[in-house]
Design a protein around this ligand. Structure first.
Ligand SMILES: *Cc1c(COP(=O)(O)O)cnc(C)c1O
Length: 219
């Protein structure tokens, strides 16, 4: 599928949901994709990309940023506190804020660096043991904690369990966001971004549908 087709599908989903055109930001998830595929998407004018590892992003994006202006990078994978500084210097948004220790590191670094990327708090809506994210029951408290640290909390993010109906998880995330006065919702991937848009997604993270299947495993 091409970038243009995905954009058309997003526009149709926005319209079907009665949402304004452009309400949804498409994050093209370029993790483990070959550089020539990424370059092709940049050459079509797209500028918003997602990576799930700091190391990998640091390896390939500085060169792309030199060649293409206006690139916006989103970190969508788990972040270790010892990589937080590097992440903050490299990316424009972090979608995986999921624990007090990380929030505290980010707050300290934001003070020191004088800037902070937009932050999304990841919620483990499926309460899966192996998955990152704050538990739904702890989300309100953690959001308040991040705000008390003066962190720029832009919204919430989730990755639904593979075997479950994603709509239930998107609806739960939207509900937690609404009761906390947050309007950013990072939800929806290649297989379910239209459902996510119907339920209020502001940021969809689409990888394989744009770039083709990933040939190596990605976390
Ligand atoms: C890889 C990844 C995506 C994109 O997945 P696709 O199914 O290829 O669209 C979205 N979000 C996160 C957090 C990812 O790690």
């Amino acid at each position: 599928m091409s970038l243009q087709e995905i954009k058309n599908r997003i526009a149709r989903a926005e319209q079907a949901a009665g949402r304004p055109e452009g309400a949804v930001t498409l994050i093209a998830v370029s993790k483990v994709q070959p550089n020539d595929r990424i370059k092709a998407v940049l050459e079509q004018g797209h500028r918003v990309f997602g990576e799930n590892r700091v190391q990998e992003a640091a390896g390939k994006w500085p060169a792309f940023k030199e060649r293409f202006s206006g690139v916006e990078l989103h970190l969508i994978g788990p972040l270790q506190t010892n990589k937080a500084r590097q992440a903050m210097e490299l990316v424009d948004a972090i979608h995986s804020v999921d624990r007090p220790k990380l929030a505290n590191s980010l707050a300290r670094l934001a003070q020191e660096l004088g800037h902070c990327p937009d932050l999304f708090i990841q919620v483990n809506t499926g309460e899966e043991e192996q998955k990152a994210g704050i538990m739904p029951a702890e989300a309100d408290g953690f959001i308040a904690e991040c705000r008390a640290l003066d962190l720029p909390v832009r919204g919430l993010m989730c990755i639904p369990p593979v075997e479950e109906e994603p709509a239930l998880h998107f609806a739960l995330l939207a509900k937690i966001a609404a009761r906390n006065g947050l309007d950013g919702l990072s939800m929806g991937m290649s297989g379910d971004f239209e459902t996510a848009i119907a339920l209020g997604a502001t940021h969809v993270r689409v990888g394989s549908a744009i770039f083709g299947e990933r040939t190596t495993a990605a976390g």
